[in-house]
Write a protein that binds this ligand. Sequence first.
Ligand SMILES: [Zn+2]
Ligand SMILES: [Zn+2]
Length: 594
Amino acid sequence: MFLCNPEHATVSSNQRAREERTYPPFSSAWGNFLRREFNLPENKKKESAMHPLTATFLGGLEEVGMNCLLLSWQDNHLLIDCGLGFPDPSYYPGVEAAHPCFERLEHLEGEIVGIVVTHGHEDHIGAIPQLLKYCDAPVYGPEFAMKLLGHRLHRHHLQTPIHTTQPDDIYPIGPFEVEWIPVAHSVPHSCCLSIRTPLHHIIHSGDFKFEMPPSPRSPNPLPRLGALGEEGVDLLFCESTNVSVPGFAGSESSLYSGFEDVFLRAKGRIFVVTFSSHIDRLHLAIELAREFGRKIVLLGASLQRNVHAARELGLLQLRADDIIDLNDMHTISPRRLLILATGSQAEPFSAMTRIAMGNHKVSLQQEDSIIWSSRKIPGNENAIGYIHDQIVEQGARLYHSPQYPVHVSGHGFREEIQMMHQLTQPTHLVPIHGRQTFLHEHKLLATQSGFPAENIHLCQNGDRLSLHKGEVTRLPSWEHRTVFMANNSTHPLSEDAQRERRQMSRYGLIVLSAQLNMQGQLSTPPQFSLMGVPVPKENAKDWGEMLQERFEESPMEYKLSKADIEETLRRLLGNHLRSAYRIKPRIEVLLHQT
Ligand SMILES: [Zn+2]
Ligand SMILES: [Zn+2]
């Protein structure tokens, strides 16, 4: 581990940290710590002990994505995760991703001492480059996440210090002590966080599940979480993704037989489509490829990048001769090929989408078997369904969950969420990571198993909670704003631009051009240019004279300035289109004066 401040360079083991914690707050150990770290005079110690811990939710409570939580204690601030969201393309046309607005962080009193990361998924690390424009804080997180983040920061030409954390160590970051506890999830090195100030102890679940039965490649967090629960936890932030699904998510090892079955049956090539960061899933496919004598082709830039990172960290054992290049595929029998491809969410430019649509060097064949090994993220169902249609129409065999046992979720189901509550025994619970429906369902689940309802705090983006002397109270919320990023654009899309795009995507655009004479009258009937409007273009021929007539009948008070005239023309045309065709296209007016 590398820490920039030499005073912070001592990393205590769990054992040592637990011994230190046996001191009462502000007795010798903590007092020395606080005096050293914050230069607190003796007589200020009691006063500082009054400071509550506050939590501000910057994102992740009204969507699956944009996870970002700010913890503050004594003007020291710690950010937990900072992810992207992926808005529904039918409502946000052309939007690639979204993230919380970070402007407010620039005006915080005190210092942002660090950004701590639970794991390497996009909804947890994807917006860190955007965040770093507003705060210059070091990032701490587990190895695989930091590897992925390093590539991302490099692409953004950012030199921010990145500190890789190890599971058995505790890291002092400002006044916070942070411990990463490995959990099972769908990306390597996923962790829960235990975060302490001298006066508080909270746990952040990250994204997790409990492998039942345990997989050899998965960590077992039960003993450590149980021990932390015994020590006392003031507040648990717990994820809610699968809170509506009964039972357990299932173990990664349970997929072996489902995959093996496809390998046994397949007469041609096998494709596996999954998230490119799901290294355990790739490991399973690669092991079977070896067993069945198949060479591996990697299709998709993110897949190649993640496989490279996983090999460097020893998470994937791939020999050079296991892999063949796309251009050499034709030299190998289809029965000897496994193709790992990106595109599990039918992303438009991903390898599998392009293959299914006939826009790739690789084309589908009748003997191909496609294992679709991922869930459908809400909002992507139609796009994925369309790609599935393309695959089966071309005669390939499609294996997807739940019809075939080729996928298990990385997020715990109801039983696992309850286990997290029981292990950590928190005084207060804040459901996070999901839409409001999920969070409400999470509260219901917890109360049904005896958690006091008054200690469960449902929040929305922008809400703030204060934890003080074991009590949680609400603080005035921050205004929450989302920043939308357009495809390949250097600037975010404003709310106005979003509204205009939605309007145009529903009813199209009409450009009305008109000539005004010196008397402020229309010298000729206006002309119209229609784009994407659900009305035959020839209908517009009748609008010019009608509009000129209505404009001349309009009272003078609507024609006093150029802006008035533009607005009047827009309104007259809009009224006509609404009554004649029941449409509300966007109308742009170009006014020329002669
Ligand atoms: Zn995740
Ligand atoms: Zn997540």
